[in-house]
Design a protein around this ligand. Structure first.
Ligand SMILES: *Cc1c(COP(=O)(O)O)cnc(C)c1O
Length: 391
């Protein structure tokens, strides 16, 4: 059976070049990068090289602003808890949005238990953060704004430059979870007025369990992990050398291929959406029609349960998801679609197609070929469906 993987916002297939680059660091070059002997020095050089590649991809000329973490989740925790704890004497208020990834939302909820106050700014129907509300939420006690660069479920791209300007004017630190934006959107951290920016390896065709946090020079931040003097004294723990090398390779290639890759993905995605609209009635596009990640398509199929669409597509070898990987299986409606004000009956039948570099036009044709009959069959069984309409 044909296999079509359309869940690249959950994770990507590691590219061959990244894997090849990593292998020597599991086999021959196994030294601890803190050791002074040659085994250690060789590992250190590899880390330094990877740090430069990640710095180039993120758009900073200073390698001293890039800190390796175990992934996007740790980077988010490090940024938010680190700033909250470092600035405790200055204030206790954090601003975020209602549509953040759980790595940010649950970190904020944890801080609320510690006594911090958190404002969850609303979004509009296309998932754009309400900037007026954001401005109004800032008080003299506000120490951090954390708003994602692009949403993982619907792909909407937030106005990061504007938010950065607002934060800078008010003297408030600004963190952005850019896990979905890195390698998909061209940007330079140095031009964004961001103080902290999170990224993850496995979302950019690199390995799992590795990521990075950009921390602008001079930003006050408390360590998350305490121990040795690793990562310039900010993140203790023996470095994941192979993972870091794999991330560096993925970053280097992503930077080279970004423009071409974007163009290709957007074309395929729009081809898929046009096909869906021409074959199936009662569908809606979730997310901003234009300000959206080039690879992301979130579609609501009225009268249906997303879970049953996912399972039926899976039986045909097609991998998609309802919202995010972290909430699937919970049967709770997506917090993102709910915050966007999507009718609860319609959030249920929403499916995310997230494309990646392996996908082809043939993949899209295959999906379009099986999706129509699946939707038709499921609707005929749906008690919500008014049978007079034809799919
Ligand atoms: C995947 C993801 C994360 C978590 O990254 P991990 O490396 O899997 O911990 C955080 N934020 C967003 C927006 C993501 O898509």
């Amino acid at each position: 059976m044909r296999k079509v993987y359309l869940d690249n916002n959950a994770t990507t297939r590691m590219r061959e070049e990244a894997l090849e680059a990593m292998l020597p660091y599991y086999k021959e070059i196994y030294g601890n990068a803190s050791s002074v002997h040659e085994f250690g020095r060789t590992a250190r050089i590899a880390i330094d090289g990877a740090r430069k590649k990640v710095a180039d991809l993120l758009g900073t000329s200073s390698v001293e602003e890039v800190f390796f973490t175990s992934g996007g989740t740790e980077a988010d925790n490090f940024a938010i808890k680190g700033v909250a704890h470092a600035l405790k004497a200055k204030g206790d208020h954090i601003i975020t949005s209602a549509i953040e990834h759980h790595a940010v939302l649950n970190t904020c909820k944890f801080l609320e238990k510690e006594g911090y106050k958190v404002t969850y700014v609303k979004v509009g129907k296309d998932a754009l953060v309400d900037l007026d509300e954001l401005k109004k939420a800032i008080t003299p006690k506000t120490i951090l704004i954390t708003i994602m660069y692009a949403n993982n479920e619907v792909g909407t791209i937030e106005p990061i430059e504007e938010i950065g300007k607002i934060a800078k004017e008010k003297g408030v630190y600004f963190h952005t979870d850019a896990v979905q934006a890195v390698a998909k959107l061209p940007f330079e951290a140095r031009n964004l007025n961001v103080d902290l920016l999170s990224m993850s390896g496995h979302k950019i065709y690199g390995p799992k369990g590795i990521g990075a946090l950009y921390i602008r020079k001079g930003t006050k931040i408390t360590q998350l992990f305490h121990g040795g003097h690793h990562e310039m004294g900010k993140r203790a723990g023996t470095e994941n050398v192979a993972g870091i090398v794999g991330l560096g390779k993925a970053a280097e290639l992503a930077r080279k291929e970004l423009g071409e890759e974007n163009r290709k993905l957007k074309e395929l995605r729009d081809y898929l959406y046009k096909g869906i609209v021409s074959k199936i009635q009662d569908v809606r596009l979730n997310g901003h029609p234009e300000k959206r990640l080039p690879n992301t398509l979130n579609v609501g199929f009225k009268y249906l349960e997303g879970e049953s669409i996912v399972l039926n597509l899976d039986m045909e070898g097609i991998a998609v998801s309802t919202g995010s990987a972290c909430t699937s299986g919970s049967l709770e409606p997506s917090h993102v679609l709910t915050a966007m004000g999507v009718d609860p009956a319609e959030t249920q039948g929403s499916i995310r197609f997230s494309l990646g570099r392996d996908n082809t036009k043939e993949d899209m044709d295959y999906v379009l070929g099986v999706l129509g009959p699946i939707i038709k069959r499921l609707r005929e069984m749906s008690p919500l469906y008014d049978g007079r309409k034809q799919t």
